[in-house]
Design a protein around this ligand. Sequence first.
Ligand code: ZN
Length: 606
Amino acid sequence: MSQAAVRYRIAPVQPGAHLFEVTLEIADPAPEGQQLWLPAWIPGSYMIRDFARNIVTLEATSAGQAVAVDKLDKQTWQCAPCQGPLRVRYEVYAWDLSVRGAHLDTTHGYFNGTSVFLAVKGREDEPCGVEIVAPAGEAYAHWRVATSLPRDGAGEYAFGTYLAADYDELIDHPVEMGDFALATFEANGVPHDIAIYGRQQADLTRITADLKKICELHLDFFGQPVPMKRYLFMVIAVGSGYGGLEHRSSTSLMCSRNDLPLPGEKEISEGYRNFLGLCSHEYFHTWNVKRIKPARFMPYALAAESHTRLLWVFEGFTSYYDDLSLARSGLVKPKVYLEALAQTITRVLRGAGRLKQSISESSFDAWTKFYKQDENAPNAIVSYYTKGALVALALDLTLRRESKGLKNLDDVMRLLWRRYGEQGVGVGEGAMAEIIEEATGVDCREFIARYVDGREDPPLADLLVDVGVGVDFRAAEGQNDKGGTPARRSASQRERAVDLGLRLGGLAEATVTHVLDDGAAQAAGIAAGDVLLALDGLRVSQSELEMRLKAYAPGDVVEVHLFRRDELMSFQLTLKAPPQDTCYLTLKEKIPEDVAKRRRDWLGGA
Ligand code: ZN
C-alpha cells in the first residue's frame, strides 16, 4: 500500500440518513493554512450543480486539537495554519439517484468523486489514497464494491484501499457498493465488467455477448494502443429512467429495467436497442471526449462554467457512431438502423429552434440552454446531440463523395485519436476544418460555415442517394408518432388531418407543455401550462383529443376552453394542416453495384 500524502476515507455511516462520512488527511498541509474546494460541475454533464450544498457538517483537527475553518465562497474552505497533519471530517448528504451525483440508502451506495472528495488546493496533481469502508452491521456483510479506481490493497470487488494518480483521476471513477449483479467478459483481451444495481431479472449472458461485439468494434476502430487496462459498465436499473455519463475506464448508466432483455427473449426490443445504443455511446466516449478533448477542458476548470463550441464533435459525432456501430456490428439490421436515424431526423425537424441557434452556439450555451430547457426550448434551441449526429452523417457522406470513396469520417476520428487523444493534446476551438482536411484532403470550410456555425439543415436527402437510401417526409399521425415508418393513415384521412401546434403532457388532464412556433395554438394565444378543458363546448381529455380532432379539417375554427392558472379562458383557434416534419428512410433495392459497394463501406456487412 502506498503512503500518499493526501488520503481519503469514505464510509456509508448512516445509510438510513443518506450520509457518507468522509475523512481527509493531509500529511503536510500548506503552512499558511490549507484551502479545500469541491467542483461545481461534473465533467460530461455541462451544468452547474453546486455539489458543495450537500456537505452538511465539516470540522478540522490537527493532533487532536480543533483547527478553525472559514468558508470563502459556496465551495471553498480555508483552514487555519496548523503544525503537523491536518484531518478534515465532513458529512455528505447523498440522495440523488442519477449518474451525476451520490446516493445512499440501506440497499446500496453510489458516488461520484465530485460529490464527496474535497480537493486540496495546490495538491491536485498528487496521488490520492482512498479507503472505502463497508457499512457496519450484519445486514451489510454481503456488500461488494464495483469501481474502476485502481486497487491499492483492496481485494477484487472489495472494500479496502484504492489509489488515484491525481485529483482528476480520483473524480473520474464512480463507485457502486451493495449486492449488485455482476458479469464479466473480455473484449480484445481487455477485462470488462458489468455491475447492475436495482431489481431486475436480465439475461446477463446475452447482454455481455452483445456488449462484447460493440466493445470490440470500437477497440478495432481506434486500434492500438488500447487506452484502458480494464472497463466497467455500472448500471442503475429503475422503473423508468435513461441517461449515461462517460468516464476514462467506466461509465455510469441509468435505464428502465424493462429495457433489459429477459432470459429466453431473442429479438431486440426498441428498449434494448436504446440500451445498447447508450452503452455504445458511452464506450465511444472513452476515446472521444475522455482522451480526445477540447483544449478548453485541459485541464478541466471545475469551479465555474467552462465553455466550448465543440460539443457537436464530442457529443454529435459520438451520437452518430453509437447507433451506426450497432448496424456495423450486425446487432441491428440496416432497416432498423434507418428507422432510428429517421426518428433523429424527425426530432431535429420538429424544432424551429434549429433555425435560430447553430450547433456551435448550442455547444457554447449548453450550460444555460440545453441543460436548462424550458417550455420554449423547441422554438429557441437546437440539440448538439441530434443535429450534431445528422451533421456527422452529412459530413461522412460528403467526405465519401468528395474523395471518391477513399476517405470518410472514420479517418477523421483516427487522426483525432493519434494526433490529439493519444498525445494528450487538446483540440482548439477552430481546429476542426484543418483536421478534417488533413485526414481526408477535403476542404469542408463551407460545410462547417453552413451547417455547424450556420443554421442550415444538412442536405441529407441529396447525400443519402449515394448509398441507395431514399428520404421521404409526411405529417405526424398523433402525439406518439416518432417517425421512421411510412404513413398509416389513408389518403383521405391525411387530407383532412389537422394540427394544433402544441405538445401535451400530464396524464388525465390535457396540459399544454409546449406551444410551437407558427402553429395554430400560438396564433390563437394558447400558452404552455394551460389545461385544455373543452373543444367547441364538449369536454376533452388527453386521450380523447386525437379522436375529437378527426371531426375537423384545416381552416376550421374551433372554440377552446381552458384554465390558465385558476382562470377560465376561451380562445378561437383556426386549425392548420400538419407540417411535413416526419421522416422515414427506405433502403433502395435494385441498386447499381457501385451504390451497393458504397452502402457496404458505410454500414458494414454484406
Ligand atoms: Zn455523450
